[in-house]
Structure formats: structure tokens, C-alpha cells
Design a protein around this ligand. Sequence first.
Ligand SMILES: Cc1cc2nc3c(=O)[nH]c(=O)nc-3n(C[C@H](O)[C@H](O)[C@H](O)COP(=O)(O)OP(=O)(O)OC[C@H]3O[C@@H](n4cnc5c(N)ncnc54)[C@H](O)[C@@H]3O)c2cc1C
Length: 370
Amino acid sequence: MDFGDTEDVARFRRRLRDWLADNVIVPEPGEPEPMFLKRWHQVLYRGGWVGLAWPKEYGGQELGNVYDVVLNEEVGAADAPDAPRIGYLGRALLQWGTDEQKDRYLPGLLNGDDFWCQGFSEPEAGSDLANIATRATPGEGGYRITGQKVWSTYADYADHCLLLARTGPADGRHKGISAFVVAMDAPGVRIRPIVAITGESEFSEIFLDEVAVPEAARIGVEGDGWPIAMMTVAYERGAADVGYLSKFGAALQELRAQSDLDDPAVCTELGRLEVHYRVLGQHVRRRLQERESSDALPGPEMSVDKILMTSVDQALHGAALRLAGPAALSGQVNPEWLRRYLYGRAASIYGGSEQVQLNIIAQRLLGLPR
Ligand SMILES: Cc1cc2nc3c(=O)[nH]c(=O)nc-3n(C[C@H](O)[C@H](O)[C@H](O)COP(=O)(O)OP(=O)(O)OC[C@H]3O[C@@H](n4cnc5c(N)ncnc54)[C@H](O)[C@@H]3O)c2cc1C
């Protein structure tokens, strides 16, 4: 397989590089990160760089998936903010949504006007997601949802939540789970931010008390939400689908710019990281090309991407902290690297923990016994 750019891709890359040279934005003083990322998403959308592989019908451009990798690579190389993380939530709607739901939700997701969060995890359901207890009770014209979600990223800024709730028996495990779009300003929704080790509150608890949701907000067939959940988390484990490839590229640029390149030990460390990052990039590109040629939906193989993504994240930010010296550990110099290092520790948890990814690889890809 040829990993080089085709002529069209090379032209796209040049055009994007030129555009990025003039259009990268920086946060306003005091601007919360999600709002900054939303603004950046809108700038990218207006520039014609979002939804590259999505159907034109819903605002996309129907280019191949590989263009998303190029977007990530160039955004990272320009030291720009992360590429938007829309893919993993939008794909479920694209696959299972009705035409009305796609018309209603996809344009805002794509152009960045609507902010989304993911309401899957619960206090007793993380790795064991089939254990969710939040319940959607059918009623007149829809459902009443009651329960609790936890660790929902940017829930306090979100307009909509892709939420899993049980519509079948309490002990039904993965059967009898349904997927809903819940408006975050609906009566009965309460959000309580959680402060993380970084001192920030990226994620929140969501409490739902008899939240009325119309039937039209249920995605797919009642009780058949499990494949929707699995497809969403599979996309979430792809470094390009969540924009993390761009994040790592930008961090590498920054690290290189700050480092003493006359020191051979520093150069060795940077070289190792560069190789690590490029292996991830090539892997993601090959994965997306394979998916494109087979039309296959992502599955257990995405756990390999997640493991690779985690290893780049933790190696990169661990090295950045080491190179910055002992004072960086207390945040006295360059506190941003400490923040990113601490955030990198979560990489082996979010989107499914490292142990769970290894189980998936062992059992579902390698056929090893449980
Ligand atoms: C930064 C961040 C953002 C997140 N954002 C979201 C979000 O937007 N929406 C959302 O729904 N969730 C989100 N999550 C939650 C995330 O999906 C869960 O934290 C994750 O799935 C692990 O679940 P848990 O926290 O309940 O841990 P547990 O499932 O309780 O796991 C605890 C430990 O036990 C291990 N373990 C569990 N089961 C097994 C097993 N079968 N074999 C081996 N080891 C096992 C795990 O690896 C882990 O080390 C986020 C988490 C983080 C850290």
C-alpha cells in the first residue's frame, strides 16, 4: 500500500497549509477551552475544512477519510488548536438517524454551532457499560428519563447529549438499551462539574429527573441502542476521529521549538517521539484507507488505535516534562506541560480503559481465551 499523497491529496494539503498560515486563532483572555475550540471549529468550517468525508447532503464534502488525516497532520504542524472532535458522535446519527434527525442535528454538529456531549458512563457502568441503570420510561408521545451519568466531557457547555438509557428489563445487560438525543436545557437536567487532577472541570455529572424526551429523539429502534454505543466508542478510539493526531502534532512542534537541539540526548528523545507520532499517523491513515475500501464500520480493531494513541500521548507528555526539568513537576516553569502530562494520564481511561482495550484485542482480534 502506498502511503504517499496522491496528486489530489497533495494539492489539498498545500491549500490547507496556506490557509492555516493566515487563519489560526488564539484564545481570548479568560475564554474557556470548550468555547475556544467551538470558535476554532466554526472558523475551520467556514474555511471549508470540516466534514471532509461526510455526505454533501448534510454539509459534508464526500472526500475520502484520508483527508481527515491530512487535516489532522496539517493542523498539528501549524501548531493550531485541535481539529474538531465531531466524528465519533455524528457517525451514529449518520448511520442510524432518520432523515428528519439527520436534517435536524447534523448541520449544527458539523458547522460547530451546536455543542454535543456523550452520556454513556454511569457510577456503576464504565468498563461494564451494559450495566447502565438510567431508565427511559415510555409515556405519551415519548419517554421520561431518570438516572445519572458521570464523566461527560463538556456537558456543562453542551446543547445536546447522545445518551444511553435502559428501556428494557433492569437485568437485560446490552439488550434493552436505547440511544437518545437529550436537550441539555430540558427541564429535569442538572449538571454538576467535576474538578479533575489538572484543576479543570472538563467533565461533569448529569442528573436526569423525569426528563421528557420526544419519541423523535430516540436514535434507532427501541432497545437496540447497543450497536450505536459500540460504534460511537469505536470511532472515539481513532486518533483522527477525535482530532488527537493534530493535538500530538502541535505538542511535538512546540516541544521541538522549546528544546536545545544542540544537546544530542534531547535530539535522541525528540527523534524517538517523532517516530512514535509518525507510526501512529501511518497506522491511522492505513486504517482509514482500509475502512474506505471495504465500507466496513469500525470495530474491535479500533482498540489497537486507542492503545497506540495512548502510548503517544503519555510518551510525548512524559518526555516534555522530563525535558523541562524538575521545576516543571511543580508547575513552576511551563505549567502547561504539567497540565497536559496530567491530562495524558486519563488517556488510558477515557474511551475505554487500557485493560479493557487489551481484553478486546486478546479476545476479539487474536481469539485468545477469556
Ligand atoms: C477525561 C475523561 C473523559 C471522559 N469523557 C466521557 C464522556 O464524555 N462520556 C462518557 O460517557 N464517559 C466519559 N468518560 C468515562 C470513561 O469512559 C470511563 O471512565 C471508562 O470507560 C472507565 O470506566 P470507569 O471509570 O467506570 O472505571 P471502571 O470500569 O470502574 O474500571 C476501574 C478499573 O478496573 C479495570 N477494569 C474494569 N473492568 C475490567 C476488565 N473486565 N478487565 C480488566 N480490567 C478491568 C479498568 O481498566 C480500570 O483500571 C471519560 C473519562 C475520562 C477520564
